[in-house]
Design a protein around this ligand. Sequence first.
Ligand code: FMN
Length: 184
Amino acid sequence: MVKPFATPSGVRRIVEAAVAAPSVHNTQPWLFYHLKDSMTVYADLRRQLRVADPLGRCLAMSCGAALFNMRLAIRMTGYEARVLPLPAPRGAPDLLAVVRTVPGEPPPPNEQRLHAVIPRRRTNRFPFDGRSLPQETVVALVAAAREEGATLVMLNGRATRKILDMVATADQALSRDEAYRREL
Ligand SMILES: Cc1cc2nc3c(=O)[nH]c(=O)nc-3n(C[C@H](O)[C@H](O)[C@H](O)COP(=O)(O)O)c2cc1C
């Protein structure tokens, strides 16, 4: 007999952490299932933004953010969270990840601190001020991305201006698109 990794209220706490993640236009495009020794993350394709996000890239990033919080919350129960990404890309493309739970060590202080700030995270839409990021923050962000198998590229001033120009052009094109405006 496999002992469940969490009680029903424990599972609820894990899902509450997961759904506190950011998502594209707050669509919350995720579904979760749990078994005794695992949880699964599905894309809720009914919530995909067909015009703004036709490839589901932003949808996948949103579900990735939920998965990150879920992993932290599972770790708080003293279990390891082993992620199998895209276990059935052909059979079930909406099945984004299976998270197997195995008994483990209590989470280290940095994971506990990350977990504690999940309810405090908010998207900040205020304008940026002129200060640059402290170098140690940049180094920490690059390392955090690498730990998750991603690459964070810091742009110089010229590259930043180029990207911002592209964003502005794309934004103007989209805002003329009636289907986009309706979806928004
Ligand atoms: C993949 C992704 C793309 C997003 N794109 C935008 C965006 O273009 N503009 C914006 O203001 N917010 C964007 N957001 C932030 C969401 O609008 C925000 O997470 C959502 O409304 C929930 O609010 P919260 O982050 O304060 O919980 C994005 C979030 C994600 C995960």
